[in-house]
Write a protein that binds this ligand. Structure first.
Ligand code: ADP
Length: 252
């Protein structure tokens, strides 16, 4: 059953981002088509080179999107790879941007550091999609969402924060939000999302399987903050791939 729940959650987050994927790919197709046409018509070799460069640039961005989505589309195996968490977050935000805009949610994003962690990228993406969608659903009239990536106060863990200015959660609810089937939603929203009460329990399961932690703080009428921590990848740390100050003893 656990496996099936994970699968169901994965499929529902895919459904949620389908619109965002189409939108982003469409945005990238426009310059590809235009520069191909202009390049074909032009006799100027310098212009044609520039057109090729523009086409290549857009095609590479498209490949990045489909690459990320394919990760999510595949039933998630247990493969963990050293991952730039900021890049992962940016990919999720890119695909949810349109959905957020349509719901009048303004997004603020900061990457203080770009920590690397050994994770299953599709699963962490799924966690992020869940948090972003919950945040958006908590702001039916729109609002502000803050997403931050960096190191935690100890400098030994990667930290991801998703905060919203939504309805908030009362203390009794806050104790139960990670329980399977706990939901305050009466049913799926207009995009067919949520209302199962499984989202956060799956998030916690994924994060704990990565030896990380997930925590929520909230104030009714003010908003909710989810903070998750993941162990840094030791190998990329010592090879200097992260800007992790604690990696060099002389900096402390
Ligand atoms: P579902 O979204 O299907 O209800 P979740 O496990 O994702 O299931 O969330 C459980 C409950 O936690 C939600 O029904 C909601 O009451 C509460 N919740 C989760 N995220 C937020 C948030 N950002 N703001 C307010 N309430 C939230």
């Amino acid at each position: 059953l656990r496996r099936q729940v994970l699968e169901l959650q994965r499929i529902s987050s895919l459904g949620m981002i389908a619109g965002g994927i189409c939108h982003e790919l469409n945005n990238l197709l426009t310059p590809i088509l235009n520069y191909a046409k202009l390049g074909l018509r032009s006799d100027d070799p310098a212009y044609r080179t520039r057109a090729f460069e523009k086409i290549l640039e857009a095609a590479q961005q498209a490949a990045q999107i489909t690459g990320g989505v394919l990760g999510l589309a595949r039933p998630s195996g247990e493969t963990r790879v050293p991952t730039d968490l900021a890049a992962l977050v940016e990919q999720v935000l890119r695909l949810t941007r349109k959905d957020l805009m349509e719901h009048r949610v303004t997004l603020e994003y900061h990457a203080r550091e770009r920590p690397r962690a050994r994770v299953n990228p599709a699963q962490i993406q799924q966690v992020l999609f869940n948090l972003v969608i919950n945040a958006r659903q908590a702001m039916p009239q729109g609002g502000r969402m803050l997403v931050q990536v960096g190191l935690d106060a100890t400098g030994r863990m990667a930290e991801l924060v998703v905060a919203d200015s939504g309805v908030g959660i009362d203390p009794a609810g806050l104790r139960r939000i990670f329980d399977p089937f706990f939901t305050t939603k009466t049913g799926p929203d207009e995009s067919g999302l949520g209302g199962t009460g499984l989202g956060l329990s799956v998030c916690r399961e994924i994060i704990e399987a990565h030896k990380g932690r997930i925590r929520a703080t909230s104030k009714v009428g003010v908003g909710t903050t989810f903070c998750l921590k993941l162990p840094l990848d030791r190998e990329s740390e010592s090879s200097g791939e992260t800007q992790h100050a604690a990696a060099s003893p002389s900096s402390r």
